[in-house]
Every structure is written in C-alpha cells, then in structure tokens.
Design a protein around this ligand. Structure first.
Ligand SMILES: C[S@@+](CC[C@H](N)C(=O)[O-])C[C@H]1O[C@@H](n2cnc3c(N)ncnc32)[C@H](O)[C@@H]1O
Length: 756
C-alpha cells in the first residue's frame, strides 16, 4: 500500500507552504486534509463537516439554557456510524497540545459519536489517538513523511478498517447434536484465516472421565466445548495455550486431539491437579500401590483417642494457615476433627513412602480429593454427591451437620474414578508424548518463557472479578499438599476483593496485561477464544478495548452454556445472559475496529434487525436465543444500557411482529411474511426455503424447483434478488432432489430439520 506525495498534494511545496502566514486552518483543511481523506477512501457523503453536537452536560448563560455546542471539523462515516473524528489546526498550533487533545477527545466520546479514534492535523504533523489512550498517540508523523506512514494510516483509518459488530454470514452447516457446526470446505488445506465461528455446542459435561469426578475445582469449562474449539481453530501438532488454566481442560483436550499444550495457572493447587491427573502410570502398578497403601492404612488406622493423639504427632499435618475472612474458623487445621487430622495424616504419610513419582503424584491427587471430603465443611448433596463448602459456597463454612465419610470406602471410590481417567488419556498422554504438554505455575501477565509469535491457539477462561478468590479458597489444599503461595502470587492473581482487597482497577490492569501477553505470543492469523462470564458489561468494554488496542480483531461472540448457569436469571432480561459468552479474536496484520452505534441512531431498527437475523440464522429462535443475541449486539455496539431501559420486556414486539410455535417454543417470521430489515440474502433464502419445504411436507405436497423459485422470489422483492443458481445451491444444502425434479428436505442425521 503506497502513495506518493505528488498523488496527494500535486506539486505543493509542503515546507514552504506551512511557513506561509496566510496558510491557516482553512488551508490545512482544503489542501492537506481533504486529499488525504479522499485517498483513504472517504467519499463526500461519508465526510461530515462541522457537525454541531450538544455538549452533554455543560450549559452557559445566566438562565443556563443555552447549551454549549461542540463542532468537530470532520467526522468520517462508515456504514452510517461515525468511525473517527479529525480536527484541523493551523500550523502554529501543536498537535500534541493537551488542550487540543482534550477538545477532540470530547468530540470522539460524545454520545452521538463514540468513535474509536480521533486525529489532529495542523498541516505539518498528523497525530492519531485511540479514544481510550489519550496520553500517547498511536501514530504521529510529519506530513512530509506521509509516504512512509501511509500503510499504517490505511490500516487504522480506511473505511475497511471498521466493522459493525458481527455480521451474519451464510455458510455450509453440518449438524452435530443440537448445534450447527459450519463445515470446513477446504478440509485438505487448513486455512487459519478462514475458520468459521462455532455455534453453541450442546454440553456433554459428565461424559469424559478424565475431567469429571477426578478432582473438584471451583469452575470448569465443559470439555467437549473446549475440544470443538481446539479442533476448529487449530490443527494437529499446533501449540495451544491456556494461561488461566484451572483444572486443565484446555491442555488435556489439546493433547487428546494431537496438539501440544501449555497449561499455566497461578494457583499451585490447580497446577498440582493437572500434573497429577496427566502423569502417565501403569494402571496395574497404580492399583497395586493403592492396595498396599490401603492395607497399611487399615492396619494402622487411629481409632482411640490415644491413637489419634499419637497419629497427629507422628504423621504430617497441614500448616495452620490462616483462612480467609468470613470463614467459620481461623486456621486450616480447625476445619478438621482430630480424628480427620489423624486419618488424613496417616494416609499422606503412607503415600509419600511410594518410590514411583508418578504413582505417588496420582495417589496424592486421590488424597487431595479425600481432603475435600473428609473435613467439617463437607456435607452430602441432595444428589448423593456433596461438596466441601469452599467449592460450593466459596466460603469455609462449618456444615451444620458435617457428613462423616467412611474413609476407606471413600479412598476406594477415588481409585474407581482415577483408573478410567488414566485409561482414557493413556493413548494420547503417555511417556512418549508427555513432553508435549507443559504444566506450570505462573502468571498470565508474564509469559516471557514463550517467544513472540510461538503459539497457534489460545482458549482461556479467566476469573470473573469478585466471584471466586481462587488462592484464598484453595488454602485448605495448599496447606495439606505443602504448596507454597507467595505474596507475589497474591499480587498477580487477577481477582477483585479477596483477602488482599484487590480493587477493580487492579483486576482490570492484570487482565489487560495478560491480554497483551497473549497477543505477543500468538502467531499471526491465529485465534484467541476468551470466555466471558463476567456479570458486569463494563468488563466487556475492557476486554474488547484492550484486545483491539493490542492489535486483535474482534470476530464475534457466541453464547455458550457451560452445563450450569453462571449468570442468575433476572427479571429484566438484559441484565444477564443465559450462559457465558465465548469472544473470538484473531491476530491479524490489519485489524478492523468495531464501530459503536451512535446513540442518535434508531435502536428499534437494530433490535428488529437482530431479532430477524437470529431467526433467519437458526430458522426460528427461542426467547433465550433472541435475548442473548440482543445482549451481544448491545455490548458490541455499546447500547446495552438503552436496551435495558427501553426493551425490558420483549414480549410486545415479539408477539406482534412474529409467529410463535408453542410446541417448539420458537419465534418465526409470520407465515408468508417478509423480513423487514436487511438480512443477508442467502440467509433469507435459506430461511424461506426451509419453512416452505417444511410446510409442503406437512401438507403432503411435492414441489419442483420452478415452483420453489416462484414462491421465494416475491418474498425477496425488497432486497437484492438472488440468481436462480444461488437459490439452487442453497437448496442443495438443505434438501435432496427426488424424482421428477421434486425436492424434499434432508432427513435427520444430515440436517435435523424437525428440531429447527
Ligand atoms: C475460571 S478459572 C479457570 C477454570 C478452567 N477453565 C477450568 O476449566 O478448570 C480461572 C483461573 O485463573 C487462575 N488465575 C487467576 N489469576 C491468574 C494469573 N494472574 N495468572 C494465571 N492464572 C490466574 C485462577 O487460579 C483460576 O484457576
């Protein structure tokens, strides 16, 4: 991408002209700025000059009635949104003057504008700022050197550098369970830049023994969702990173799918769990070692008061570490009865005698589950499961009626859980492959052990603010397992609150640092999938803004359940999502920034377009799907607050503008009705085809291609009319030709149309 000064300014002598006292702001606009804007790709109609904006809060005059006007020189429009603001100055004024920056910043952040970038040009220099970082310009150059900076200018500011949220696009779909997974058309050549976004994946939480039931953790991603993401965004042999790894689902699933993995967490308990879970063992030797430990335990089990006292003295005990405030007792040892301390101490003592390191680790993992069960905070759950309070209530609460666990039976149950897990993993994770996975304690904010551009895919699920102070809550395990947590670890832990009373600002800074590190280590054209489970939409802004300012391009967010609802459903639908979101970014050479909707825009149109879009995409949508999609759109375009205020109840719009099927609970476009908003023509065709063929089938009628076209075309009148060939290719995706040119919807197993 190159330009010559001659092409921009003709024979103008830049050095002479700016010294000319008659060359003032007006000349800067006409002679310097306008040609640059035109060359960047802005036509007259997308350059808004001297627009008056009402000052959002200041008014002047004695009766305070006259609103102050703000008048930016230029606002550039992309797809009807304001993309960036530019103010011209005369050559005598500096572009990095703080008053000027403040002034142009106020235009950029005005509710009617809300642009990502703003720029100042005085004819000699050009300064470009991101709205969120006014302290340093992201681009500063002299107009004399514009040729050298042209590529960057185009990258940030050309109309193609902006996107309006996620756009619906039509792609081939294949059916997996209940979800559509877009098929990879070019399966022989894996092209990272052409990977589709995944639709919501049905959760199969308990189906993998390697995760379910091995060891509890505070939160856990669903393994099959993570596996689908890994398979979609990376290829075998690739290096996958999760820097907030928790129980290790990402790294383990990476290995199970022939990738290499790096698993990092600041919590030593989490790191221990993963290391022990994956350590390869001979299952017969493990069983033998288990039996040996069990027999010894039974022989020596302390029962009488005297024996218990002795055992506590003789066998290892947990460090009496302080428990977090709000706990029912002060120190870790008080979470256990004397008998429990003696029992656990003996078990640990016997396990530590094992000589095979991997077997020892695996037995210690089982011991660690015993710690979770044999304590005074444990109580049975209604489902026969049960939990210790740290895991269930995120607090050390002595159970009103602590459950007395049968120690030996409970230990035996651990073996029954770990053996199938090891068996499941051993084909992929064994002595030959173990060097392909690195499990380490460390902080996501500093990945310096990794060179830049060395990772192929990142799937990560960071802490969500205040909810779970991981290090504080893991103290019971860390105390028993002799795992050290340093002051530095607490400093680096990305949470709000907790024992160290961390502020929202600290949390935000740590998250931002970790996103920067993820950007640094990821290769170009590769993906980051970031689980967003935060309740506060403000946090969304931080994630997107940090990711964009690092150079990530936002590709889209997908609602994804995680087996349980991490968001409490609220009366006002727009306060919460029904599950979590997976936000997908790509590291690209020329990232496009998301455009915010200006708040003068008609939100009703966006709402209607979003509802129709999700209905078209899914061939009918549930209230929950519509709600989630509106939240995503509201977050992307920055009008969630308005949505909350003006659309707290969607029922009105939905029932008046759409049909509702009580059996399927799906909203659809009214029978024979049309889409009112601009939905991608292929999506519309697909939607009409499916509903038409389905209706014909219900009525036992056969239809030919010509009849289908005759039905479809009038419905598409108000938009672009597709070619017959386009209709045919979409038809081929969803239906099969049968004799005499008749068409019938594909049967279950190909596309499950009955479920739509
Ligand atoms: C939501 S959990 C991850 C759960 C994980 N996805 C799983 O499936 O088990 C977040 C994790 O981030 C860890 N964490 C917090 N701050 C960190 C930091 N600065 N660096 C690395 N890990 C951190 C916590 O210890 C916790 O295990």
């Amino acid at each position: 991408m190159s330009i010559t000064k001659f092409k921009l300014f003709g024979n103008l002598d830049l050095q002479a002209v700016v010294k000319d006292p008659d060359f003032k702001e007006d000349s800067v606009r006409e002679v310097i700025i306008l040609p640059v804007l035109k060359e960047l790709g802005y036509e007259n109609q997308s350059i808004v000059r001297s627009k008056s904006l009402k000052h959002p809060f200041l008014k002047i005059g004695s009766n305070k009635k006259r609103a102050i006007k703000l008048v930016p020189d230029y606002i550039m429009k992309v797809e009807n949104n304001y993309a960036w603001v530019l103010d011209a100055k005369s050559p005598s004024q500096k572009v990095i003057d703080s008053d000027h920056i403040e002034q142009v910043y106020s235009y950029a952040s005005h509710p009617e504008i809300r642009s990502t970038y703003f720029a100042i040009c005085n004819g000699i220099e050009f300064a470009l700022y991101r709205r969120e970082h006014t302290d340093t310009p992201i681009l500063l150059f002299t107009i004399e050197d514009i040729e050298e900076y042209w590529g960057k200018l185009v990258m940030y500011l050309s109309p193609n550098s902006f996107q309006v949220g996620k756009s619906f696009s039509y792609d081939n779909t294949s059916f997996v369970g209940n979800a559509f997974i877009r098929s990879d058309r070019s399966s022989s050549i894996f092209d990272y830049s052409k990977r589709p976004l995944l639709e919501e994946i049905p959760v199969r939480k308990q189906a993998a023994r390697r995760h379910f039931g091995v060891h509890p953790y505070f939160t856990r991603q669903t393994w099959n969702v993570v596996a689908e993401y890994i398979k979609n965004f990376s290829k075998p042999g690739d290096l996958i990173l999760d820097p907030f790894a928790g129980s290790g689902v990402t790294a383990i699933e990476a290995m199970m799918n022939n990738r290499r993995a790096i698993n990092m967490d600041i919590n030593p308990m989490a790191v221990f769990m993963v290391q022990a879970n994956i350590s390869p063992v001979n299952r017969y030797e493990l069983t033998e070692a288990f039996e040996q430990v069990k027999d010894e335990y039974i022989k020596n089990e302390p029962k009488t008061e005297e024996e218990i006292k002795k055992a506590i003295k003789k066998y290892p005990q947990p460090k009496p570490l302080k428990l977090p405030k709000g706990s029912d007792v002060q120190t870790v040892d008080q979470l256990f009865s004397k008998k429990q301390l003696a029992q656990l101490g003996l078990l640990k003592f016997l396990i530590l005698k094992q000589s095979n390191e991997n077997i020892k680790k695996t037995l210690l993992l089982m011991f660690s589950v015993m710690v979770a069960r044999v304590n005074l905070t444990f109580h049975d759950g209604p489902d026969g499961g049960g939990d210790s309070s740290a895991l269930r209530y995120y607090r050390y609460r002595i159970a009103p009626k602590p459950t007395t666990v049968n120690f030996v039976k409970c230990f035996e149950a651990r073996l029954k859980r770990i053996l199938p897990a090891k068996k499941e993993m051993e084909y992929f994770i064994n002595d030959q492959t173990i060097s392909n996975i690195q499990v380490m304690k460390g902080t996501a904010t500093n990945l310096k052990f990794l060179p830049k551009e060395s990772v192929d895919y990142i799937y990560t699920d960071p802490p969500y603010g205040k909810k779970i102070p991981y290090l504080d809550l893991s103290v019971m395990w860390n105390a028993w397992l002799d795992l050290e947590v340093t002051e530095e670890d607490y400093q680096q832990e990305a949470i709000e609150g907790g024992e160290h009373n961390k502020s929202k600002k600290e949390y935000n800074t740590l998250m931002a640092q970790s996103i920067k590190e993820m950007y640094r280590v990821l290769k170009y054209d590769r993906w980051l999938s970031f689980v967003f489970a935060h309740k506060d939409p403000e946090f969304w802004h931080l994630i997107i803004e940090t990711a964009e300012s690092c150079g990530f391009e936002y590709i889209g967010a997908v609602p994804q359940k995680n087996g349980h609802s991490s968001f409490k459903k609220h009366q006002n639908p727009f306060t919460v999502l029904s599950g979590q979101l997976i936000i997908n970014f790509r590291k690209v050479q020329s990232p496009r920034a998301i455009l915010k909707a200006n708040l003068g825009m008609d939100i009703a149109d966006i709402v209607m377009q979003t509802i129709e879009g999700i209905i078209a995409k899914n061939n009918g949508a549930t209230l929950e799907q519509i709600n989630d999609e509106l939240i995503i759109r509201g977050l992307e375009l920055g009008f969630l607050d308005l949505l909350k205020k003006e659309y707290s109840d969607l029922t009105g719009i939905l029932t008046s503008c759409f049909d509702f099927n009580e059996d399927t609970e799906l909203f659809t476009i009214k029978t024979d009705g049309r889409f009112k908003t601009q939905i991608d023509v292929k999506l519309r065709v697909r939607y009409y085809l499916i509903s038409y063929l389905r209706r014909m089938e219900r009525e036992n009628r056969m239809v030919t291609f010509d009849e289908i076209v005759l039905y479809i075309l009038p419905l598409l009148k108000n938009g672009l009319t597709p070619e017959n060939q386009t209709i045919l290719s979409i038809l081929e995706d969803i239906a099969d030709p049968i004799e005499h040119d008749y068409w019938r919807l594909k049967r279950t197993g190909q596309v499950r149309l009955d479920d739509l």
